[in-house]
Design a protein around this ligand. Structure first.
Ligand code: SF4
Length: 317
């Protein structure tokens, strides 16, 4: 949380933070305390580099310049990656070339333009009260501003003139059908659709995914999903969920600053997520009652950085 000169508290809520909202305390660690794991994963920076390459390509159409910029960006990081990690600068260059040849050339997806600028890596940030005016008086009385924010990879049209958002994913998951099916119930897609429909004042925006499938032993493959259209019922249900979360943030900031509502069922669910080694990332903070131990654990494993999704592509390398 940051505080403006005139005393307003700003909380940014984006699709990635929203994923943590099943436990409001977990959400607080992210959006209020700004805790971020110290270790920067190569998968994350590699993915950011691919996004930057595609954005540069879409804006300028110049392959050589885009590839040069991206290698310059990635090279300092790639020197530090672990020996067995396949995500080298050379691998990145090969992936970008493949995307240019196999996806970009002859693409039927056309980014829409606003004031002559293609809607690529489109950042947005506006008060949640623009969509949920029912919270206006309460938030004003608390001098609290909740900002819906994030970056939509691409907004464009496809052959039937339907407006579609496109998200670009890099993954090592080769079961592509199973991987893409999960996006039919994705908070990220539903979040972006709600935002884009609000900003453009239109309905029935679709979503599609360009998946870039990575491997250390096989050449990178590219797969575009079908366009997903979410039913009115699903969109309304998601909107209610977002509304409940905003309500929860407001209530907890007001009544329980420093410890928002914990949801212990979510601690249990983390046991089944192998990538988190069976524990929520904040488990040791919640478990301990000793403030000194908590402080030293935070210092050892997290950086504290004001949570602002508009600055997420600026990884410190
Ligand atoms: S350990 Fe459990 S209670 Fe604590 S933040 Fe994680 S999910 Fe929430």
């Amino acid at each position: 949380m940051s505080i403006t000169k005139d005393g307003y508290k700003l909380i940014y809520l984006d699709a990635s933070a929203f994923k943590e909202s099943a436990c409001l305390e977990r959400l607080r660690y992210v959006i209020d305390e700004g805790l971020r794991a110290k270790e920067t994963s190569s998968a994350l920076v590699y993915g950011t580099a691919v996004h930057k390459f595609i954005a540069e390509l879409r804006h300028t159409g110049g392959y050589s310049k885009a590839i040069q910029e991206i290698i310059n960006y990635y090279l300092p990081f790639s020197l530090d990656i672990k020996e067995k990690d396949f995500r080298t600068a050379l691998h990145l260059a090969s992936t970008c070339k493949g995307y240019y040849e196999k996806v970009y050339k002859g693409d039927y997806f056309l980014p829409i333009k606003k004031n002559g600028i293609a809607q690529i890596e489109q950042k947005f940030a506006f008060p949640a009260t623009d969509i949920f005016p029912q919270f206006r008086d309460k938030l004003e009385s608390m001098k609290l501003v909740i900002i819906l924010s994030g970056t939509v990879d691409e907004i464009g049209v496809i052959e039937n003139d339907c407006i579609t958002i496109k998200d670009i994913k890099t993954t090592t998951q080769w079961n592509i059908a199973e991987y893409l099916e999960t996006y039919w119930l994705s908070t990220q897609m539903l979040f972006y659709i709600l935002i884009v429909e609000h900003l453009l004042g239109i309905k029935n925006v679709g979503a599609m995914i360009d998946t870039i499938i990575l491997s250390g032993t096989k050449p990178t493959e590219f797969y575009r999903s079908e366009v997903m259209y979410y039913s009115e019922q699903k969109r309304a249900s998601f909107k209610r969920q977002l509304e409940d979360t905003i309500d929860g943030i407001i209530n907890n900031v007001e009544t329980s600053p420093g410890l928002w509502q914990q949801n212990f069922t979510v601690c249990d669910c983390a046991k089944f997520q192998s990538e988190k080694a069976g524990q929520c990332s904040y488990f040791k903070l919640c478990k301990s009652e000793d403030e000194e131990i908590k402080a030293s654990y935070k210092k050892a494993y997290f950086n504290t950085i004001n949570y602002n999704p508009l600055e997420f592509d600026q990884h410190k390398i």
